[in-house]
Design a protein around this ligand. Structure first.
Ligand code: ASP
Length: 321
């Protein structure tokens, strides 16, 4: 285990930051502090505000479980995967069980992860029968010589290695044909997690069913390493939003690169990518990040974003803007 000494107390930056009430997040925020481990999660950016009580409650459960695991010494990678798998399984988000059909009438799921400690990455796209795409991405990383596998070939490989599969006709929760157009409103939110573990390792994971009414075969930013997911020895990032813009901006990597090579702060780098490189071109979305240097940030240029975090002190902050 690395020797990581306390540096400073937790400090919330007001003005750009506001943590209010009993730990709810009211705006994009940045916090700097001294923590040995932490988990930040998101359940997607959104343009229309609704009652998100159920989503918030669930994010609390995910953070509580993640905190327990990090405190017990689990790796950042396993904790990030577990957090995303829980969100995939709950059916509240537009990922895993909450997935809706594409415009051709079937389900296609994408996911990726990156282990900052080893530089290894795994990604999957256009999966149709896999219960947890994020576990599929981990399997690609750990059991294949490749980084990115898609569609039928990926499914064959994953089945061979014993991945859990589902019947798409009955498993997925959001089905326009079965539930009618009202379901459009409830199917919502890519999910993601970034974690720093007790040994100073960082990891990022992201999973989605893509944007509503996507064309058959369309793949967004979520499974693209460097676009929606990136982790190295200093930072881990997971993004959500209109994927085409995040791909063109190489968004997650751009934030990491600005910090590493240009010496920019996380705050300035993420704002540059979200507000200028994506926002000014008409794109929308958000990102979460955690750094080994003690920064946590959730930023977005949409109406709001589901998100939350827990640090070493175990206090759970959850909220939507
Ligand atoms: N980024 C995802 C995609 O474009 C969608 C989202 O995050 O809402 O596939």
């Amino acid at each position: 285990m690395l020797n990581r000494k306390p540096r400073r107390k937790l400090k919330f930056f007001f003005g750009m930051t506001e943590i209010v009430g009993r730990g709810s997040i009211s705006r994009p925020f940045l916090l700097r502090g001294d923590f040995m481990h932490g988990l930040v999660i998101h359940g997607g950016a959104y343009k229309t505000r609704r009652d998100f009580t159920a989503h918030d409650e669930f994010l609390r459960e995910v953070l509580a479980e993640g905190h327990k695991r990090l405190a017990a010494g689990e790796s950042a990678l396993d904790v990030a995967v577990q957090a995303v798998a829980m969100m995939e399984d709950c059916g509240l988000f537009h990922a895993g069980r909450g997935t809706g059909r594409n415009s051709a009438g079937y389900h296609e799921l994408d996911a990726s992860l990156m282990d900052g400690a080893t530089g290894q990455a795994g990604a999957v796209a256009s999966l149709r029968t896999i219960r947890n795409p994020i576990r599929a991405a981990q399997m690609v990383m750990e059991k294949s010589p490749h980084v990115f596998m898609v569609a039928e070939g990926a499914e064959n490989f994953l089945r061979h290695h014993g991945i859990e599969t589902v019947d798409p006709d009955t498993y997925f929760r959001h089905d326009m044909e079965r539930d009618g157009p009202a379901i459009k409103d409830t199917a919502h939110g890519t999910v993601g997690a970034v974690a720093l573990d007790r040994d100073g390792r960082l990891a990022a994971a992201t999973s989605t069913a893509g944007i509503p009414n996507k064309l058959e075969g369309r793949v967004g930013d979520t499974p693209i390493i460097g676009a929606a997911t990136f982790a190295d020895d200093r930072i881990a990032l997971s993004a959500t939003g209109h994927g085409e813009y995040f791909i063109r901006a190489v968004a997650a990597y751009d934030v990491a690169a600005q910090c590493r090579y240009a010496g920019r702060t996380l705050d300035a780098a993420m704002d540059d990518v979200l507000q200028t490189k994506i926002g000014e071109k008409g794109g929308w979305g958000g990102m979460i990040a955690i750094t080994r240097g003690g920064d946590v940030k959730l930023g977005f240029n949409a109406t709001g974003m589901h998100g939350g975090f827990v640090l070493e002190d175990g206090h759970i902050h959850v909220g939507v803007s």
